[in-house]
Design a protein around this ligand. Sequence first.
Ligand code: MN
Length: 220
Amino acid sequence: MKVVYFVVAILAVTSSVVSAYDPSPLQDFCVAVKEIDGVFVNGKFCKDPKLVKAEDFFEHVDPANTNNPLGSQVTPVFVDQLPGLNTLGIALARIDFAPKGLNPPHTHPRATEILIVLEGTLYVGFVSSNQDGNRLFTKVLNKGDVFVFPIGLIHFQLNVGYGNAVAIAGLSSQNPGTIIIANALLKATPPISGEVLTKAFQIDQNTLDYLLKQSWYDNN
Ligand code: MN
């Protein structure tokens, strides 16, 4: 009997490890409604299922304007844009690139990303953790090519083609989160102490002052 309990315990542990990153839904849908003032939950409150309609599961995405310092623009379709995604553990983003446009090094704390190129040529990559030696994995992707960026790892996409580029990213969370590395460190509010940043990057105060003066555009 003890062996049976042990097997059940092992199954319980391993099955939770292989499940989706977001918690699994316990009903057909839980269309998000706005937070109740001062009450916060992990996810969003559910709309009355009887009032749910097709529009709750629908969103339209147009090509984005890439006329900005990065030459790229991300259009998220996360739970905040598409309330029907609540509890479903999935989201999407469209990424538009001007020639030489960059989606700068960033991470998604809650999602793995799978990206398909619809148009153009992208140089993409991610870096593994310190424990793995910070190895860089890169690839040049053309129309139809697909690449995966594992959850939490720093990654980027650069348009190396002659024209515009377009990609669609699937993300394994209703609310993946995005942390652009440079912006998070150099545009934090309130600012991170200069002593921390000069030591971390091994730069002097003048170099840090130069960096802090830049625009650090957020393309999300
Ligand atoms: Mn990404």
